[in-house]
Structures are given as C-alpha cells and as structure tokens.
Design a protein around this ligand. Sequence first.
Ligand code: KG4
Ligand code: ZN
Length: 337
Amino acid sequence: MNDTPLILGFETSCDETAVAVVRGGTVLSNVAATQVDEHARFGGVVPEVAARAHVEAIRSLAHRALRDAGVHPMDLDAVAATKGPGLAGALMVGFSYGKALAWALDVPFIGVDHMEGHLFAPRFENPDYEPPAVVLLASGGHSEIVHLRGWGDYEVLGATIDDAAGEAFDKLARFLGLGYPGGPAIDRESEGGDPTVVAFPRALPDRPIDLSFSGLKTAVTTYVRFHHGAGDLPPMADLTAAIQEAIVDALVTKTMNAVTAVRAPAVAGGGGVLANRRLRQRLADECAAAGVALYLPSPALCTDNGAMIAAAAVFRLARGEVASLDAEIDSSMRLGA
Ligand code: KG4
Ligand code: ZN
C-alpha cells in the first residue's frame, strides 16, 4: 500500500446515496442519487423510504463511480462507508454493502464518522487547509462549531441546543410553502430581497459559541400569521432574505466568536448549509476582516458526498484504523467522543 491509496467511499446516512473514488487527496469520481423527490411530498426525510431508496440505488452507483474513475474494483486499496451518525436503516445499507465488497475484494474496510468526513471535505480544493482551524459544520441534522486541533483531534466548542440550521431552513421554507429542501429554496427566493425589512431575533447572546433556532421558527410563524391577517406581509424575497440573514448571522457570529476564543488562524466549513451563498459571502467578509484564512468546499462537496467519506478514510487507513467485518453502525456517533 502506498501513501495515495485508492479508496471507494459510500455515504448513505440520510437522503443521498453517494459513492466516490478517491486517490489520496484527489477525487477521481463522485456520484450521487438524490431522493429529494421521494421525500418532498412528506416535507422531510422518511427513514423507511430512505433505506429502501439506498438499496435500490447503491449497486448501480458503485458501478458508475468505478467506471467514471476508470478504476477496476481489483485495483482498490480499501473500501469505506459512513458508520454514523444518521438514520440507522439508511446507514446500514452503505455500511453492509461496503463491508461485503471489502470482503469480496479482500481489502481493508473503514467505518467513517460522517462529521469527520465533512471536516476533511475542504481539503480537496484547498491544499493549504491544515489544523488548527475552527470548522463550522451545519447541515439538516447538525450544527456545531469544532476546534480542529489536529487531524483526529477535535473539540466541539459549541452546538445548537435545539434545531439544526438546515432544519430551520427546511421547516421555515415548508411553512412558507416553498417546498423541500428548504435551504436551496430560501437561497433562491431571497435573491434581491431586502433582509432589513424585519429584524428576526438572534438567540443565545450570552452563550458565545452555542446556537438555537427554535425561537426563530416561533418568531417567523407569529410574524407571518399576524401580517398575513393584516394584509401587509412583505414580499417573499424580503421575508426570506430576513430569515436567511437571521440564520446566517447567528452562524457567522458564533463562528467568529470561536475564532477569537481559540485564536484560530483559519476557518473552514462543511455540511449542506455551507452551500448557502449569503453564508459563504458573510464568512468571506468576516474572515478577511479578521485576517484569518477561509477554506470552503465547493457546494457539491458541502452537501453529503462519498468523496468526503473516502478522504477521512485515507487518514484513518494511514493510522491502521481498519474495521473488522463484524463492526456495526453507530447512528448516534459523536465527533470527538
Ligand atoms: O449535509 P447535508 O447535505 O445533509 C445532512 O447531513 O443533513 O445538508 C442538507 C441540509 C438541508 O437542511 C438543506 O436545506 C441545507 O442543507 N441546504 C442549504 C442549502 N443547500 C442545502 N441551506 C441553505 N442554503 C443552501 N443553499
Ligand atoms: Zn452531512
């Protein structure tokens, strides 16, 4: 085995079946089948539907990832899959498939922490990205601010005490009738809107690195019901811009508080919410003003993908951290625990 191993990575923790082939720090292929349409009519992810869709998609996606990369299965040095956190039935599909394939090919199998995958994702496009850094991880299931002290050495500095940021986007978009997933819908809808028409509350001012979004949900629903009744609801572009600004402002403020607290020279990000254009702009502005580097993956590597799982696996494999074939998923796995 060399120091640029060829790894096939599976990610099936939620509603994307994603597979990638990575050689060392280079993505050779990265394919995904989204289940958004199957969950949209329910307004959110239905675990049973997700697991079944993973089963249906995984085999052909694995073939496609190998074909796109021009790689024969026998060339692989290892197979990796997300171990947790996520939906148990969904995780089980990628994890079991990955283990079976590793066994058949007689190569090591690596079970990867999904959040560690997000921590590694910025590396593909930012070769300078190295610890120490403060990393903002914000997705549909998670919102946390992590001190990346070294690879494999993570401290969660703060987290949401209720809803995740992506969940706030999703719930509010659903309330406004904008469909699922809500983040991209609000991102689009807010274009050209004036975020100052309403000042929605920013939560937990006394807890510098923690987040909370349930109060925002209450504030928005109360505001919309009242002004809808009064017939003076602002245009959707302004309303969504104000909602987006409240979420983005909270994420950016708390991230920069963390930078100050641990004197980090760099900020990085991962998770679907980091695809948000306003968030990316605000982080760029604040990091420039603070004189710290910013490392963001392109939007396709912010959302869940197989490449990030393979990237974390490269690191774990180098440390000899290979899973046995009777290893199990851990749906409530916690970073740094
Ligand atoms: O990381 P991810 O793909 O899956 C999870 O692990 O949850 O993140 C999905 C979340 C969803 O809540 C979605 O609404 C949000 O990321 N999201 C966005 C954007 N694109 C995806 N939120 C805000 N703006 C976006 N452009
Ligand atoms: Zn994720």
